[in-house]
Design a protein around this ligand. Structure first.
Ligand SMILES: *Cc1c(COP(=O)(O)O)cnc(C)c1O
Length: 365
């Protein structure tokens, strides 16, 4: 068998450890997962009800174009239906963009520590990833501009950036977009958009009219609490959307995902409540990190990158033994862990476990 040479050495994505696996391995009853930026409060009760009602139609294929959901989302965002494409998570939109646009040898620019799915999909298509160092955990937009060549096809901006949690302010983003050649696509990944409260943050959807080369990605997996359903979307010009649509599988989102997302979208009160609780959780965790004298990046999503001052893997294991799953293994930040903002109670349990873990690792706290 002859696979594409560019995929032979690709790593397989390592997700956060599943709760059930940790319970079994360590014989623990209570495990708190703060590893995958999932919503600790679950999803809107109306999403659950809509899914229950849809269970009578499991024999039917979904509407491949997700027309009803698309119309509702267009209305919510203030765009047209032909500006929107749904995917099996926004992960799939990233893959579809790569599939539709990259030829082997094309160049694509991204931060050196950002969402790994951009690079893995570029690798699969044989495109060359130009990884530009973050500065203080933040995208260096000028340095990214300086790396544009004739071969550059797509630039990825993760805002807030996963895993650091930092944002690029609107002013810097607009200056950047003005300088990017019209033929280079900019993908602005706003998976955590609904969580951001900082006034300098931009709304990518509002920028679409001025920048026809812009694609904005969002998802129902994070604040909407529907990660299990796998549904996310891209918003862009009708031209770009119709190109991405050509490489989309006919039934890439399920009936359950479509009705769940539709109901969740209608419950904006729930979204606002999650946003409020998350902000309070950030304040809570940051105060504790200060008390423990641990440095962290300013958090704008539902997760925080904190410097545990020892190899992160050791602290990860020490937390795991106490039933707390976080994320270590950020290649450029070997002493940092990424922790999802949980409920107040989960955050408290995490901090107690963290103090214990740090003591075990010989950190003075
Ligand atoms: C979680 C996440 C996504 C995608 O999530 P889906 O579940 O595939 O919609 C995309 N980008 C970033 C930066 C994320 O953190």
């Amino acid at each position: 068998m002859n696979p594409k040479p560019n995929i032979v050495n690709l790593p397989v994505y390592k997700p956060g450890k599943p709760i059930e696996e940790v319970k079994k391995e360590l014989g623990l009853n209570d495990v708190i997962k703060l590893a995958s930026n999932e919503n600790p409060y679950g999803s809107s009760p109306s999403a659950r009800a809509a899914i229950m009602a849809e269970l009578d139609h499991l024999n039917l294929y979904p509407d491949g174009s997700a027309a009803e959901l698309t119309a509702a989302l267009a209305d919510h965002l203030g765009v047209q239906s032909n500006n929107i494409i749904f995917g099996c998570g926004s992960d799939e939109i990233i893959a579809l963009i790569a599939r539709a646009f990259f030829l082997p040898g094309d160049e694509t620019i991204m931060a050196d520590q950002t969402f790994s799915v951009y690079k893995s999909n570029a690798d699969i298509e044989g495109a060359i990833s130009i990884e530009v160092p973050l500065v203080n955990g933040t995208h260096d937009l000028d340095a990214m501009l300086a790396r544009i060549t004739e071969r550059t096809k797509i630039i990825w901006i993760c805002n807030p950036n996963n895993p650091t949690g930092t944002i690029v302010p609107e002013e810097a983003l607009v200056t950047f977009l003005n300088a990017v050649p019209a033929g280079v696509m900019v993908v602005l990944d706003e998976a955590y958009f609904e969580y951001v409260t900082d006034l300098s943050y931009s709304n990518g959807i509002k920028l679409l009219e001025s920048y026809p080369n812009l694609v904005v990605l969002r998802t129902f997996s994070k604040i909407y609490g529907l990660a299990a359903l796998r549904i996310g979307y891209g918003v862009a010009s009708p031209t770009i959307i119709s190109l991405i649509n050509k490489v989309r599988e006919p039934f890439n989102t399920t009936r359950l995902a479509q009705v769940g997302a539709l109901a969740a979208l209608a419950d904006q009160e729930y979204v606002q409540e999650c946003r409020r609780l998350n902000s309070a959780g950030i304040v809570q965790l940051q105060a504790e990190f200060k008390r423990l004298d641990l440095a962290f990046f300013p958090a704008h999503g539902n997760f925080i990158m904190v410097d545990v001052r020892k190899p992160a893997d050791g602290v990860f294991d020490a937390l795991l033994r106490q039933g707390i799953i976080v994320r270590a293994g950020q290649k450029l930040y070997p002493t940092y862990i990424r922790v999802t903002v949980g409920s107040a109670e989960q955050n408290k349990a995490f901090i107690t476990a963290l103090e214990q873990a740090l003591q075990e690792q010989g950190v003075q706290v």
